[in-house]
Design a protein around this ligand. Structure first.
Ligand code: HEC
Ligand code: HEC
Ligand code: HEC
Ligand code: HEC
Ligand code: HEC
Length: 232
């Protein structure tokens, strides 16, 4: 095809893309400001098809988060368990509980209303599509679920405990020492109450913050704050 545009116009698509990007960001900003969806708000606590209690299953029965959220330390996405995970136990315990009717409908072929469909949990935390987030990148570097989801181990019904806004992400990216833990403490929801001196023989390491600073240095943890880190 004949080159009907002068050479400089090769840059045009980039200039257009840049302008559209700027407009897009403006629209997104406005949207973020005026129409923040309910799911982004601290305290958001939808009711669930089964009144599943983390307090019973984690604090009282002692189950590890990874028993159910089995991908959280190996993948970007943290899964919610399928009915099979519940059925492992509930085909034997609390069989007559009316609260478990939806589980029987999904898993129990003998149940009169059996339909085999997955349980439709209502999602609580949802980052906008234009945000890139990765669970394992945090969990495997010493950031606990507790820093981002609050005291889930005590929740009867899960709610959003932290804002999950851009400012909130950046606050930790700029000072991760406030949250860093030894890897073996990432799933321990009583970490803050414990004695941290066992993790360091050095003098002056007595608080979780002292230890956080040491861990940051030792494992050179440097979360990035550039736009492309979270907006691909
Ligand atoms: C016995 C299985 C089980 C265990 C153990 C468990 N969870 Fe859950 N979790 C669920 C189920 C089912 C849901 C979805 C229903 C709900 O929100 O209550 C859920 C939901 C969540 C959510 C909200 C997901 C969303 O929609 O945004 C978070 C956060 C969470 N769990 C964190 C944890 C943490 C942290 C631990 C360990 C302290 C843990 N869970 C242990 C089964 C479990
Ligand atoms: C490791 C075994 C185990 C697993 C896995 C498990 N549960 Fe349970 N669940 C129990 C036990 C034991 C109790 C009874 C606790 C009590 O009464 O103190 C219970 C209690 C409950 C109750 C309260 C029942 C009532 O009538 O009070 C509900 C609802 C429930 N579980 C739902 C679930 C769901 C949904 C899942 C899957 C996401 C699940 N459980 C996974 C062992 C388990
Ligand atoms: C650095 C902060 C951070 C940490 C640490 C963290 N989460 Fe999350 N979690 C989030 C964000 C942000 C979302 C929303 C992600 C999205 O929409 O893609 C989320 C979503 C979830 C969901 C819902 C996923 C879905 O598709 O329904 C579950 C379940 C969950 N987290 C469990 C956990 C567990 C369990 C841990 C600890 C092992 C953990 N998270 C650690 C920030 C975090
Ligand atoms: C409580 C602290 C904390 C919070 C909150 C937090 N981060 Fe991070 N983030 C980290 C640390 C620590 C790393 C790992 C840095 C390293 O490996 O040097 C990290 C790494 C990342 C990475 C790089 C992952 C990779 O693949 O290399 C992304 C992307 C990211 N965070 C996005 C987010 C987003 C989006 C949010 C908010 C929804 C968020 N983070 C909130 C501490 C945090
Ligand atoms: C550590 C992760 C992270 C980094 C780095 C980051 N952002 Fe964000 N950004 C987010 C998250 C999370 C949201 C969604 C906030 C919400 O849903 O309330 C967001 C939202 C936005 C929005 C939508 C408006 C708003 O505030 O809700 C714009 C525009 C934006 N970011 C631009 C940028 C630019 C420009 C940079 C670089 C200077 C940047 N971001 C760096 C995580 C990040």
């Amino acid at each position: 095809m004949a080159n009907i545009f002068p050479r400089w116009s090769n840059l045009l698509p980039f200039q257009i893309a840049f302008c559209l990007g700027a407009v897009g960001a403006g629209v997104v900003l406005a949207f973020g400001y005026y129409a923040t969806p309910k799911a982004q708000v601290v305290g958001y606590q939808p009711s669930q098809p089964i009144p599943f209690s983390h307090n019973i299953h984690v604090d009282q029965l002692g189950l590890d988060c990874r028993y159910c959220h089995s991908f959280v330390d190996v993948s970007g996405h943290s899964n919610v368990p399928s009915g099979n995970t519940c059925w492992n136990c509930h085909q034997h315990v609390q069989k007559e509980s009316p609260k478990l009717a939806p589980l029987h409908r999904s898993m129990d072929k003998q149940y009169p209303g059996y339909d085999g469909k997955p349980i439709e949990w209502v999602r609580v935390h949802k980052a906008p599509d234009y945000v890139y987030f990765d669970h394992s990148a945090h969990v495997n570097r010493g950031i606990s679920c507790q820093s981002c989801h609050g005291d889930v181990n005590k929740m009867e019904v899960v709610y959003q405990a932290e804002p999950h806004s851009m400012g909130w992400c950046l606050e930790c990216h700029r000072a991760p020492e406030n949250h860093l833990r030894p890897l073996e403490e990432v799933f321990n929801f009583n970490y803050g109450d414990g004695d941290v001196s066992k993790y360091s023989t050095e003098k002056g390491v007595t608080t979780t913050l002292d230890l956080g600073k040491k861990l940051k240095e030792k494992f050179s943890v440097h979360p990035k704050a550039s736009c492309a880190t979270c907006h691909h």
